[in-house]
Design a protein. Structure first.
Length: 347
């Protein structure tokens, strides 16, 4: 047991040798208790664990990493920690990773490409074994470099059906189509869209394409004035609704490309003296927990965020264990959730 002096006193640092001596076993047995406890008899395992407590032994995961070439950590990059949809997928990632003895390090980009690139660099320097990334730019040089190096990573919330990158996401085109079709079936024709800016959200871009295609399939002319792009936040939703509802021929329905925009839009409509859904129907996208608690409760398109997280983690750990021969692609189903914020137009 090595003893160190400091200005504030002394402290001791035990080694695996100290633990073995106290437990009366070999260092190999202590190592098995640490790394493969199921292979050691319970009586012996308990004796070793008690010795660890007695010696105040702290397992050095970094030292193990030098031997195994793995840190047992993965990086998770999300665009924002304020939107509950990313909290759900993060929980899915953590639950799956923890079951397989992996730890998760979380980073937030604020939808900024330069911050995303920096986080990827930082995670590489931290020697993570792989990464799950919700990216703002699928064609970025940083992702290209990771791919060329053969570094394991998976894109979450992806719209990609095929290609060189492993991806997990939902069919955002179909989700946008479902939302618009729901409004059209209730006889709406003047349908606007409040979208996350296409410059940082390919998800929003694909939802817009679904919206346009549904209008076309139903013989409704697309009006570019009915599209507003904005940041994904409540205030942008409020301001967007005020702008759209100030038009001479205002829309009777509004499809928002996430629930935060939709909830903000409902407040903006109220500020204009309009009732939801009687004067303006509003539908969102994501189905965050708040959507069912506001009044009126929000109609929305649900995406299975938790499952996306677990699927992404499963694919990533598989890639870390065995480099894949080809990328994995997984598209999960969205679901229309009908509540109280949509009705037939009154004009």
């Amino acid at each position: 047991m090595r003893r160190h002096n400091s200005g504030e006193g002394q402290y001791s640092m035990s080694t695996i040798i100290d633990v073995a001596k106290v437990a009366g076993v070999s260092t190999a047995t202590v190592s098995r208790v640490i790394n493969s406890p199921q292979t050691v008899r319970k009586q012996t395992r308990d004796r070793v664990c008690n010795a660890m407590k007695q010696c105040r032994y702290k397992y050095n995961a970094l030292a193990r990493g030098f031997v195994t070439k793995r840190s047992q950590t993965i990086g998770l990059i999300v665009p924002t920690i304020t939107n509950p949809i990313f909290a759900e997928s993060t929980r899915g990632v953590q639950d799956y990773a923890n079951k397989h003895d992996y730890h998760v390090i979380l980073g937030n980009t604020d939808y900024r490409k330069e911050k995303e690139a920096k986080l990827i660099q930082v995670f590489r320097e931290m020697q993570v074994d792989g990464m799950l990334i919700t990216t703002t730019d699928l064609k970025s040089q940083t992702l290209k470099e990771l791919q060329e190096e053969g570094f394991p990573f998976v894109i979450l919330y992806s719209t990609v059906r095929k290609g060189p990158l492993s991806c997990v996401g939902v069919d955002n085109f179909l989700g946008g189509y479902k939302a618009t079709d729901h409004l059209i079936k209730l006889k709406h024709k003047r349908i606007a869209m409040l979208a996350g800016a296409f410059s940082f959200s390919d998800k929003s871009f694909h939802r817009w394409h679904g919206y346009k295609k549904c209008l076309k399939d139903n013989g409704i002319t697309y009006n570019p004035d009915y599209l507003l792009q904005s940041p994904y936040n409540l205030e942008s939703g409020r301001q967007g609704a005020i702008e759209l509802m100030s038009m001479k021929k205002r829309p009777t329905a509004l499809f928002c490309s996430n629930d935060y925009l939709a909830i903000g839009a409902m407040e903006g409509a109220r500020e204009k003296g309009l009732r939801v859904p009687e004067d303006l129907s509003v539908i969102g996208f994501d189905d965050i927990p708040m959507a069912s608690f506001i009044s009126p409760a929000l109609n929305t398109i649900r995406q299975p965020a938790y499952d996306m997280g677990t699927d992404g983690a499963r694919i990533l750990l598989s890639h870390i264990s065995t480099p894949p021969e080809k990328p994995a692609h997984r598209l999960l189903e969205t679901q229309l959730v009908v509540r109280d914020s949509v009705t037939s137009p009154n004009c």
